[in-house]
Design a binder for this molecule. Structure first.
Ligand SMILES: [Mn+2]
Length: 234
């Protein structure tokens, strides 16, 4: 099976707290390209930004507003080719039945898709603190404090344990541990916004990077041909 993976679009309701950074028409052309070349497209979490509303703590309303603001993209994602796995910025989608983990068995290969926030200590142990941090970040952007926002993001990124050196990356070690527990050959995550591909013994770790901030990062998985690629442009 030929599968494409994208994640971390952070589609919001417009304005400074919408981190998507694409023209919707151009992004729809990118999705058409994926639909023509892949049998399935996995949306691997943080597709919608639901934590940066002006008032704190109403992700359900923010999801509705973001879907209205990007109506054509929302309609596109309803096509049968798409498979949605939620992340921590669109956790509210779990209430609508969106899973936090999906396994696909095809051509004798088991693929495991999970966003990756499950490895984040603060997200897991103090969800309110993590969500309040994202909400404050939204207000920094509204006040035009982009540099402070970027500093906070980079500090948070360091904390995530993601490293380009697969052997030292605690995020990858966690993901490969989950893959092993689920008997998966390939584990695919998002969350870190850092696209990656690294072999860990007999298992393969991949990260889809981000399609937010105007980026076009995606993964191509061809289980029949055994080809697994990271792409930064289409
Ligand atoms: Mn995330």
């Amino acid at each position: 099976m030929r599968i494409a993976v994208i994640s971390d679009l952070h589609l919001g309701s417009g304005g400074p707290t919408d981190y998507f950074g694409h023209d919707d028409g151009e992004f729809l052309r990118f999705l058409t390209f994926l639909e023509r070349n892949f049998e399935r497209i996995v949306l691997l979490g943080d597709i919608w930004e639901t934590l940066t509303g002006a008032r704190y703590g109403n992700p359900g309303l923010e999801l509705v507003r973001a879907r209205e603001h990007h109506r054509e993209i929302a309609r596109r994602f309803a096509r049968p080719r798409y498979r949605y796995v939620h992340g921590n910025h669109d956790l509210v989608a779990a209430e609508l039945g969106v899973p936090e983990e999906v396994a696909i068995d095809t051509d004798g290969v088991r693929l495991l898709f999970t966003h990756g926030h499950q490895n984040d200590f603060i997200v897991q142990k103090a969800r309110w603190l993590s969500e309040a941090g994202v909400w404050v970040g939204g207000w920094l952007r509204r006040f035009g404090l982009g540099s402070l926002y970027r500093l906070a993001r980079s500090v948070d990124g360091q904390r995530g344990g993601a490293s380009l050196d697969g052997g030292r990356c605690t995020f990858q070690r966690w993901a490969v541990g989950v893959a092993s527990a689920r008997h998966a050959d390939v584990v695919i995550t998002g969350h870190t916004h850092r696209a990656a591909r690294a072999e860990h013994g007999s298992r393969l770790f991949m990260n889809s990077g981000s399609c937010g901030d105007g980026e076009f990062s995606f993964l191509s998985l061809d289980t029949r041909a055994g080809r697994y690629g990271v792409h930064e442009r289409w």
